[in-house]
Write a protein that binds this ligand. Sequence first.
Ligand SMILES: NC(=O)c1ccc[n+]([C@@H]2O[C@H](COP(=O)([O-])OP(=O)(O)OC[C@H]3O[C@@H](n4cnc5c(N)ncnc54)[C@H](O)[C@@H]3O)[C@@H](O)[C@H]2O)c1
Length: 282
Amino acid sequence: MRPRGREDHFNYDSELRMKKTVLITGAAQGLGENLARMYAAHDYRVVGLDLNEARLTALASEIELHPFVVDISVRSSWEAALPQIAEVSGGGLDAVIANAGILKMGSAVSMTDPDWDILVKVNYTGALMTAKMTLPMLERSKGNIVFVGSISSNFAAANDVGYVATKHGLAGIMKSVALDFGPKGVRSNMICPGWMKTPMSNEEMEGIMKKYDCTLDEAYARATTNLPLRRPAEMEEIAEVIRFVSSSQASFLTGVNLTVDGGGSTVDVGMLALDALHADYA
Ligand SMILES: NC(=O)c1ccc[n+]([C@@H]2O[C@H](COP(=O)([O-])OP(=O)(O)OC[C@H]3O[C@@H](n4cnc5c(N)ncnc54)[C@H](O)[C@@H]3O)[C@@H](O)[C@H]2O)c1
């Protein structure tokens, strides 16, 4: 049966729609790649978007992935790919993972204008564009969107105003989508990971490695020394939470910011200096 409505510009193929389709942005490496492998292993049809064509193609030779070179922040880039995406997905989408994101460091004074502009363009406008472009297909399948925020969606970090501001902004997009599209059966949530071992955070560890002349593992140990779990997440640990949130088992979950940070958000930073006094309490 073909659904009616303003968005009915792609064919809806009920046979293709028998298999669930997930669209993942930033699928070529890091968490996005991990998600692509995981959903494929759980028998989803995976549509992977990224700027990095070489890595996407390599991944598509390993798993069942439909690769699309798309800059998520550019409308024309989406529009060029959407007809083909709709063709492989049968015109609907069961889940969209708005995962692509970038990091540029700097304070309100030191951050360069181009760095600020690209952060807003990719992390903020790119997330809105992802929702804008995929919601018609999500509506058709009563699917859901999961935005990948960060612990920086909830807290400030030093010298990081652009990332912190754009990741805070995601919460507004996620909640607005939940409110506006809930009545149409579409759910919208956000996962906020703390430290997780990906190429992006490996790069961030370089500063610690240089300063303390230490290995990558030692740098992660330093970065997570105040977390209750005392370690960064493996990508799978974040990916599994995302898969749950996007699944029908979470069918009443919408408008939620789910923080997955090894317990970091429970720590009272004002009390950290007293920790040493209570080192043996446990
Ligand atoms: N690594 C962490 O510890 C951590 C913690 C919290 C949140 N996050 C968030 O998780 C998400 C994934 O992070 P990661 O560590 O896997 O990053 P990553 O840098 O390893 O991978 C990001 C992917 O996004 C792609 N990408 C970047 N800009 C794009 C664009 N304009 N259009 C399409 N694709 C684009 C890149 O090519 C890359 O393949 C990001 O949103 C990041 O902010 C990461």
